[in-house]
Design a binder for this molecule. Structure first.
Ligand SMILES: [Zn+2]
Length: 342
């Protein structure tokens, strides 16, 4: 199996982060890349650099207003006297139906869901290359590879069509799914990250051609709080094409695999022609977020179960934070998926 990653993805180095209101170091560190690269190589993957795919595949799921904001907001922010070193919002609209603000501060509040996605000088470029890794992996699968891995960093599944959030700017999983749609009539996205894939859900919520399924820690007391509940089922033509499977905090392998079986049953009934796995490794028992208790062998079982779907599969890296087993967990997942056969 091939892995895709570009060095530019490492330059984004966010500093600011608030945890329950308290300033903490941002956990979405560039060092994650080294661990994940080592984990991919241990599973026998070869790492290639993606090509520059331009804005087209990204603009297919994000609004032009938002992409223009992401590209230029850092430069504009620097012109504000006394502003923070990174772009961080401090005011948000209660509803988004009103007028679009002209000011950088207003637009930051409009396009950023929370304070966990600070934008620095390198963010736009890193996010572009992260998305292009996803595009390249989708192209490889469309061309006939059974599977491909996109080492996407910064991650993407909390990014909506026009809103950043939770370390995410461009929704790489959505970009990959949309790219697969060029050749596949129906695509499923299976999100196994600790956190609900709210941005991905939002992008496809009214669409019946992309099924979104997410397993995650119950948002009733966990990020992203406002999304990820079982009664969110899609809307309009997309009603019935979104499935959320929230799990009680600290759920381990058995509960996770049971929910995964339900997810796979729904995916089979949708009969997709391709699959995107939004692969967060932060459901790990030793992850700093501490939300669920999946073990390293558990990730191998998750990979095996997904391989059982028998679908062309693009794996898109989402969360998973610095801990000793981060690389091993990726190796376990990819080995379970059967990377040696691909
Ligand atoms: Zn996560």
């Amino acid at each position: 199996m091939k892995a895709f990653y570009a060095e530019e993805q490492k330059r984004h180095d966010p500093r600011a982060f608030l945890s329950s209101g308290a300033p903490q170091p941002n956990p979405e560190k560039p060092e994650r890349v080294e661990r994940l690269l080592a984990g991919a190589r241990s599973a026998g993957l070869t790492v290639e650099r993606p090509r520059n795919h331009g804005l087209g595949p990204i603009a297919a799921v994000h609004t032009p207003e938002y992409l223009d904001f992401l590209e230029h907001i850092f430069e504009r922010w620097q012109r504000i006297e006394g502003a923070s070193a990174e772009v961080i919002p401090n005011i948000h609209p209660i509803a988004r139906g009103g007028s679009y603000p002209a000011s950088a501060v207003g637009q930051a509040g409009y396009h950023m869901a929370d304070t966990a996605c600070p934008i620095s000088a390198e963010t736009w470029n890193s996010a572009l290359w992260s998305a292009w890794s996803a595009v390249e992996a989708a192209e490889a699968v469309t061309a006939g590879a059974p599977s491909a891995y996109a080492l996407c960093r910064p991650p993407g599944h909390h990014a909506f069509a026009d809103v950043a959030g939770g370390f995410c700017f461009i929704n790489n999983s959505a970009v990959a799914a949309q790219e697969l749609r060029k050749d596949a009539a129906r695509v499923a996205i299976l999100d196994v990250d600790l956190h609900h894939g709210n941005g991905t859900q939002g992008i496809f919520y009214a669409r019946p051609d992309v099924l979104t399924v997410s397993l995650h820690a119950d948002p009733v007391r966990f990020y992203p709080f406002f999304w990820g509940h079982a009664d969110e089922r899609g809307e309009g033509p997309g009603l019935g094409y979104n499935l959320n499977l929230p799990l009680p905090r600290k759920s381990g392998d058995a509960a996770f695999l049971e929910a995964l079986a339900t997810a796979c049953q729904r995916i089979r009934a949708f009969a997709p022609e391709a699959l995107v796995v939004a692969l967060g490794l932060d459901a790990f028992e030793g992850d700093p977020f501490g939300g669920l208790s999946v073990t390293t062998p558990g990730f191998s079982r998750i990979g095996e179960t997904i391989a059982g779907l028998g679908l062309p599969t693009v794996i898109v890296q989402e969360g998973g934070y610095l801990c000793d087993a981060l690389g091993d967990n990726l190796t376990a997942f990819l080995t379970g998926l059967g990377s040696s056969k691909a």
